[in-house]
Design a protein around this ligand. Sequence first.
Ligand SMILES: [Zn+2]
Length: 273
Amino acid sequence: MSQPLWILIGTTFFILVFWLRRRAAKTKHLRLLRQTPLTVSEREIVRKNVGIYETLPPERQHELEGLTQVFRGTKHFEGAGGLEITEEIVLTLSASACVLLLGRGQVGEPYPKLSTVLVYPTAFTGKGHRDSDSGHAVRSGESWHQGTVILSWDNALAGAVNDQDGENVILHEFAHQLDQADGRSDGTPNLGPSADRYRSWARVLGEEFLTLRSRSEAGKKTLLDSYGATNEAEFFAVATEFFFEKPERLRKNKPELYQELAEFYRQDPTHYH
Ligand SMILES: [Zn+2]
């Protein structure tokens, strides 16, 4: 065998060993984070600020704490608009974001494509949504494909504390993250290998989206916030907020939609409340 070939094989082997060792170290790091319990004062912050935490059965609370530890240990939190990041902000946002991941048996990093959570003190000027009253693009949150979620702390906190009003900007933005994980923001997250799941999701969510859109356009009352009629991605994010915060109402009024979301999230929040 020629010398260049030996060099190539040797280099490839070295890179492979290096990569495997790094992956093993990361897995160990994530496991240690997950196994580190919250302190009493940290748990108190989550209890006080994340309304849904109290409604969870003990094993789910335990799972949420582990996910929260991994989330806060792997994401970068950055204050904007003069906001200083505190432990309260980190814990409240981390725990709320991870509610969406309960029941998924996730062993890796939560929201692996997300690197940064940028937090403003109050609503901020964004580039997408419009505040119809003022004509300015005022946002309480944004989710970007490129690894960033932006949140307004006062909107985020209000949404997290009250877990029964159907509005939670943290759940909303992190539902977008799940949707965007496959590279598209189209209201259909990765549903797994079964084509039937996609067909069923497209039929149920597609019909409900069109119903919401036509009722909002006609000025009729809607169960879900009419913001969900903006497009399919917003529909999924708005439906997610409702699913976790008003599960009984959703199951009663839109049983098929409830079932689709319950299958995707692998959770039945009617058991929480
Ligand atoms: Zn949205």
